[in-house]
Design a protein around this ligand. Structure first.
Ligand code: PBG
Length: 324
């Protein structure tokens, strides 16, 4: 008795495997998150994120050009201001670091890739939360934060950001920002909603990357990792409020949520391979415990297989180079 049906036949050669691959990565599927810090004279390495730095505006421009040359689809910019306060004033200051960097990068990159900005207050507040605090300081005031997001959106659109990444997890943030942009004539500025964003330990290295001032956690506004159905609810709300793209974040531990969302979404679905996911790969690879390149390729192709149309990844430029 020998098997007549043999799935191994199609695994026999690289050419066969290539021809029957169900999922393929393209450099355009990748978005590179980048950090720019005010007052730096040269780029500063981030210890928990090997290969990732806090950029000066100059070094940022150079790295964006490299990403564009590798064919990467876009960059997502995060700003680290010199001064922080309770309301995150630097976020909507036209001379704030993120807004200055955005116009510099737009001028540099032209149309080679899509310039995107993180729309959230946590890098700009002295308490490190994603919004302004309630009077008693005990929670983040949702509706007062929406006013700050509106102002931030206008400053980012003015600076030339093409796609605003709403990562703060405030209720109604997509509708609020859409309304403010439309009223000011920025009807073509697109919105990427971090719809199903979980309160995750995997954001650990990011906190170092942006010098976060946070004590405590974000469980009062980001989602509980235990919840799958709620991810769909957030996605539905964001699409109804006008999100042009929805996102699931983190990626690797939330592939079920990602697959659910990809099944029902009528807009593109993205996923964010976050700092801690990259750090785990780097740390294991540095120990010789896993093959770094294979682990990166496998993790990102798996995120795409689960349903992501594009993936934010700190490996974007390097991976794009390998794909080509
Ligand atoms: C909020 C924001 C965070 C990340 C992206 N946008 C931090 C947080 O929500 O705590 C984390 C990304 C990463 O870990 O790579 N501005």
């Amino acid at each position: 008795m020998i098997p007549t049906i043999r799935p191994r036949r199609l695994r026999a050669t690289p050419a066969l495997r290539g021809l029957v691959a169900e999922t393929r990565l393209h450099p355009r599927d990748l978005v590179l998150p980048m950090f720019v810090r005010e007052g730096l004279s040269e780029p500063l390495p981030i210890g928990s994120m090997p290969g990732v730095v806090q950029h000066t505006i100059d070094s940022l421009k150079g790295a964006v050009s490299e990403a564009a040359a590798a064919g990467v689809g876009g960059v997502m910019l995060f700003g680290i201001p010199a001064e922080r306060d309770g309301r995150g004033s630097a976020a909507d200051d036209p001379h704030g670091i993120l807004n200055l960097a955005t116009s510099a990068v737009r001028a540099e990159a032209g149309d080679a890739l899509v310039v995107q900005t993180d729309l959230c207050l946590d890098e700009f507040t002295d308490h490190g939360h994603c919004g302004v605090l309630s009077a008693d300081g005990g929670s983040v005031d949702n509706d007062a934060t929406l006013d700050r997001y509106r102002a931030m959106a206008l400053a980012q659109a003015e600076a030339g950001s093409e796609l605003l990444g709403l990562s703060g997890m405030m209720d109604g943030q997509v509708a609020a920002v859409r309304g403010a942009l439309d009223e000011a004539g920025f009807t073509d500025t697109a919105l990427l909603a971090y719809s199903a964003k979980y309160a995750s330990a995997f954001y650990g290295p990011f906190r170092e990357a942006v010098d976060s001032q946070l004590t405590g956690d974000r469980k009062g506004y980001q989602m509980d990792p235990a919840n799958r159905r709620e991810g769909l609810r957030e996605v539905e709300l964001d699409i109804s409020e006008g999100a042009d793209i929805v996102m699931v974040k983190p990626a690797m531990s939330y592939l079920d949520v990602l697959a659910d969302v990809a099944d029902v979404s009528t807009v593109p679905v993205w996923a964010y391979q976050v700092s801690g996911e990259a750090a785990m790969i780097e740390a294991a690879a540095a120990n010789g415990w896993i093959d770094r390149r294979r682990a990166i390729e496998e993790s990102v192709v798996s995120i795409k297989r689960a349903g992501a149309d594009a993936i934010l990844s700190y490996f974007a430029t390097e991976l794009a180079g390998w794909i080509r």
